[in-house]
Write a protein that binds this ligand. Structure first.
Ligand code: HSE
Length: 313
């Protein structure tokens, strides 16, 4: 049977001010998966990483999108998925999205590339629904399109790719788990008009900063007065990391997705490494285990590891 191997990268949702509407794709970390086409209508999920994720495809972030793909065809096909997750669930680095978008891109390849990127995002959002109870696309869209994406609208889906100047991204993942569903639950359901005005000014400023390659404007716009004040309470060391990294020359940053990972953007690698040092020192002093990554924007998104379909078993 035909099979493909795929790399499905981490993504940073929200980009500070753009809750549920902005996201970017990173080179590291990434999940690895192998998807095999079956000749009967079923989805089989196997994980090789030891995370206790549901095996029932309807409850699994990789399984749910594949079940939707089966609904879209009456062919006698199915999928067997082996996942090695390197992006820890509950990290804020788009772990569920990596599973969902990776399998959709792989399945599309196995089916002769019959779906558009937008259709693939539609399928992948079923995985996000399983993970957080809500269909948001700010991780799966950058995972499938690559680069930075704006989700202008979910219903109907309207995704815009945003170009940007070169950016280095430093990420620290303190080893605590924050479930996206919990991190959404604690948010206020209403915002004041004056806060909304400031927030949409920042979103417009950030997008314009990316497009005009204006680093100062990007830095000024990385401000979130609605979500961050609520969620940052869950993340030890947040204020210190943010303040010290900006003093060291980072453009700015904040919570990655729903946390607990934090990310900072820098113009050059030297600053990105200094920022990594500040993050390490902070969490060493707090006595909290962590991982750090110094990486760059991934313009490709999910990518096949071997381009040639091959025989297995
Ligand atoms: N926009 C989503 C949230 C992203 O912040 O809840 C979750 O990765």
């Amino acid at each position: 049977m035909k099979s493909v191997k795929i790399k499905s990268p981490a993504t940073v949702a929200n980009l500070v001010c753009g809750f549920d509407v902005l996201g970017m794709c990173l080179h590291e970390p990434y999940d690895e998966m192998e998807i095999r086409l079956l000749s009967e209508r079923k989805v089989v999920i196997e994980s090789t990483d030891g995370y206790p994720l549901p095996k029932d495809p309807a409850l699994n972030t990789a399984g749910a999108p594949l079940l939707e793909i089966l609904k879209a065809t009456d062919e006698e096909i199915g999928f067997d998925v082996r996942i090695k997750k390197n992006i820890k669930p509950g990290s804020g680095l788009g772990s569920s999205a990596a599973s969902a978008s990776g399998v959709v891109v792989a399945a599309n390849h196995l089916l002769g590339n019959r779906f558009s990127k937008e259709e693939m995002v539609q399928f992948a959002m079923f995985g996000e629904k399983v993970a957080s109870g809500v269909k948001h696309a700010d991780n799966v869209a950058p995972g499938i399109y690559g680069g930075i994406t704006l989700i202008r609208c979910i219903f109907p889906l309207d995704i815009v790719s945003i170009s940007s100047p070169p950016l280095f991204v430093t990420v620290v993942h303190p080893q605590i788990e924050v479930k996206t569903s919990d991190a959404r639950q604690i948010l206020r359901k209403e915002v004041l008009l004056k806060d909304a005005i400031r927030q949409w000014g920042n979103i417009a400023g950030l997008v314009t900063g990316f497009l005009k390659e204006d680093y100062d404007l990007i830095g000024r716009s990385l401000e979130d007065i609605i979500i961050e004040p609520v969620r940052s309470i869950l993340i030890p060391g947040f204020d210190r990391v943010k303040t010290q990294c900006k003093e060291a020359g980072a453009l700015g940053g904040g919570i990655s997705g729903s946390g607990p990972s934090l990310f900072m953007l820098s113009k050059d690698e030297k600053t990105a490494r200094t920022v990594e040092g500040i993050m390490k020192e902070t969490y060493d002093q707090l006595g909290l285990d962590y991982y750090t990554y110094v990486t760059t924007l991934n313009q490709q998104g999910c990518s096949l590891i071997n381009q040639h379909q091959h025989e297995v078993l």
